[in-house]
Design a protein around this ligand. Structure first.
Ligand code: ZN
Length: 213
């Protein structure tokens, strides 16, 4: 046997599809302890856990929060931009469900995520998975917006990235100032969407319309 390939050896075909497995950091969840703590928390607030309605609530609270803090693993699959597509790709109104890190109360809204492709493009559903990845943890909306934009800028190396999040913070709408119906809008733009006024305008015009303002 010699190591030289013969003329009959097949030419290796490189898989043009590139997938990055995104594994959320494993949360150290102790549901039993969380349930006990939820019971103590409720009792400290003067709630009577012996009533039939509240009896199993500590268990439900513990499970609900464990779910809110666990993102699903996914593959960030990218493909070569063979068509040379150089216009904005925009996914609008991606549902956002998070929890604010100050009160652990729900934050609910939508994200508009767009990019100007470079050499690679992304399966559209993956934009929603990236949003979910950063939303499934106690968050601050501004940070979440920047994290999504930076992550896509790093992994996809597009010409530009833009992220707009519109969300209602229940810590704001249900208590304190009780600003019912108020939503908070944050944005982060990178690359051409930051540096070129026309691209930036186009991006924000498209996201504004999506928001129904
Ligand atoms: Zn809050």
């Amino acid at each position: 046997m010699n190591d030289c390939p013969s003329a009959w050896d097949p030419v290796p075909v490189l898989d043009p599809r590139r997938a990055l497995r995104v594994v959320p950091p494993a949360a150290d969840v102790d549901l039993v302890e969380a349930e006990r703590a939820a019971a103590r928390f409720m009792q400290a607030l003067g709630l009577d856990l012996r009533t039939t309605g509240l009896e199993r609530t500590p268990q439900r609270v513990a499970r609900a929060y464990a779910e809110l803090f666990s993102a699903r693993e996914f593959e960030l699959t990218t493909f070569p931009n063979d068509e040379g597509y150089d216009e904005l790709v925009l996914a609008r109104r991606i549902p956002v469900r998070s929890v604010c890190e100050h009160h652990l109360l729900p934050v609910v809204g939508v994200a508009h995520v767009g990019y100007l492709p470079g050499n690679r493009v992304l399966g559209l559903s993956k934009l929603a998975r990236v949003v979910e990845h950063f939303a499934c943890r106690p968050q601050v909306q501004e940070r979440m917006t920047v994290q999504i934009a930076d992550y896509l800028a790093d992994q996809l190396e597009p010409k530009g990235v833009g992220v707009v999040i519109e969300a209602e913070h229940s810590c704001m709408t249900l208590r304190g100032a009780q600003a019912r119906g108020a939503d908070t809008v944050t944005s982060a733009v990178r690359g051409v969407l930051r540096d070129d006024a026309r691209s930036r305008q186009e991006f924000f015009a498209l996201t504004d319309r999506a928001g129904g303002h």
